[in-house]
Design a protein around this ligand. Structure first.
Ligand code: EPZ
Length: 434
């Protein structure tokens, strides 16, 4: 396994280019299966989750070829309806195969997704959407079996206990594109990643209205063709660099990023005293308004609310903001695995229900810390960039799932960070057996 060694204290300077969106690209790979023709995806990020999804599509019988660092060609001419348990259980996003397989083959067998450290991740809304379109759904030996002799358009309500579901909405839309008749999807997720999916499906011949809204309307078609589609930039990666600049009191330009994808995050940054401005066509400039950070409140909600995928990283920022900040999780109430590790760095955080209350302003001190999931690993790296001394972040395979070349991009901004084999960790720190 590998670790990051970070020497904190350097304000970030310069510009960084954002890669394509992981959470857009994964459903787009699944959407390619809706056609028997070849599709090409451009601006795909170089991530382990992407390579993993490519492996799953190959197991399904598609031919998947990487044309260059960010371009993939998918030929789904002959595919089977069952996804391999060993692969699917490791990545929740593979649940996005449910819609395309049901629509294209009228049957699908997908292992129930496994547990996830960020919290409970049910798929009841996904399955209900398939049933509303005429499929029968059964759970046998941990495998979801969907049969649909004939699909038929219908009204679907996608609202759940915590609002909408992104991958659930993706599945419902993908299945409805080939369901004869009209489908309405009420309380649909309207994240930019869903809009990107609808754009790709439209270019394949799908008939979709209400794109970008909470009410999607779809007229089913006989079949869909292949396409060439460019993945949107990753708004979570972009915002992570905004936070990296802010936590180090730096000044950077984030290229290939759009403030209109950042929703409520911009308001929280403004409250914290951070200037986030559009600069040029597709870039964002970031710096502190007056050299210090103010305390703030953030509550995570479905888009355009504050993204849950930025909560951990923003919690790290709060450690540097003078006063009491409060971060409340309304999507994944227990998504606070980063907190115990931040406490090891001298943070003062108390967890009250589904909120983290952060008393910020005291300097953080470097320490060996353990990443638990994708966004927590980014949070610990941000904290290390701001801490006095040296921070060692272990289990950074979590990071590689969702951030393309993170240490290289940070190095280009002047950060003292390097990727090392775990054996390089000072023995005093070696907690790998923990
Ligand atoms: C997407 O997951 C993202 N992943 C997640 O990003 C992100 O955190 C999440 O949306 C919320 O924004 C991808 O797009 C690949 P959910 P998704 O499990 O759609 C409830 C990252 O770090 N729910 O649907 O799978 C659920 O309990 C990852 O990049 C139901 O109740 O999110 C949760 O509270 C982590 N029933 C909420 O909806 C269902 O059938 C959304 O969770 C489905 C979900």
């Amino acid at each position: 396994m590998e670790v990051f060694r970070i020497k904190g204290g350097t304000p970030l300077r310069g510009s960084v280019k954002v890669s394509g969106s992981k959470n857009a690209a994964l459903p787009l790979f699944a959407a390619a299966l809706l056609s028997s023709e070849e599709s090409v995806l451009e601006n795909v990020p170089n991530l382990s989750d992407i390579r993993f999804m490519a492996e799953i599509l190959t197991e399904l019988g598609a031919s998947v070829e990487r044309l260059d660092q960010t371009t993939w060609k998918i030929n789904p001419r002959s595919i089977v309806h069952y996804a391999p348990y060993e692969l699917v259980r490791k990545m929740r996003a593979s649940v996005c195969l449910l819609g395309p397989l049901t629509a294209r083959l009228r049957r699908a067998e997908i292992p129930m997704p496994g547990g996830c450290v960020i919290g409970n991740r049910p798929i009841d809304l996904h399955l209900r959407a398939m049933e509303r379109l005429g499929a029968t759904v059964e759970l046998k030996a941990g495998v979801i079996q969907v049969e649909a002799n004939s699909l038929k358009g219908n009204s679907i309500f996608m609202g759940g206990r915590h609002g909408s579901t992104v991958t659930g909405t993706a599945n419902a839309i993908m299945a409805a594109t080939l369901a004869p008749g009209r489908t309405t999807i009420d309380s649909a997720a309207c994240e930019p990643e869903i809009t990107d999916l609808c754009r790709m499906l439209t270019s394949m011949g799908a008939k979709i209205g209400g794109i970008g809204s909470h009410m999607i309307e779809i007229e089913g078609v006989e079949s869909l063709g292949g396409c060439r589609h460019r993945v949107i930039p990753d708004r979570i990666e972009a915002a992570t660099y905004v936070l990296a600049a802010a936590i180090t009191n730096g000044k950077i330009l984030v290229e290939q990023a759009k403030t209109d994808h950042l929703g409520a995050f911009l308001n929280v940054m403004s409250d914290a005293g951070i200037n986030v401005e559009n600069s040029g066509k597709n870039d964002i400039s970031v710096d502190l308004r007056n050299g210090s950070l103010n305390s703030f409140e953030a509550i995570t909600l479905p888009y355009p609310g504050f993204p849950t995928d930025l909560q951990a990283q923003t919690c790290a920022l709060a450690c540097k903001a003078n006063g009491l900040s409060i971060l409340t999780e309304r999507v994944y109430p227990s998504r606070f695995m980063h907190v115990p590790e931040l406490l090891r760095m001298g943070a003062e955080i108390s967890l009250e229900g589904t909120s983290a209350i952060v008393r910020g302003g005291k300097p953080l001190t470097g320490a060996p810390v353990m990443a638990s999931d994708l966004r927590a690993s980014a949070a610990l790296i941000l904290a290390g960039l701001a801490a006095e001394g040296e921070t060692w972040v272990q289990r950074i395979y979590h990071l590689d799932r969702g951030y393309d070349s993170f240490e290289k991009k940070l190095q280009a901004l002047g950060a003292e960070v390097e990727r090392l084999p775990e054996s390089e960790m000072p023995k005093a720190f070696d907690t790998s057996s923990a």
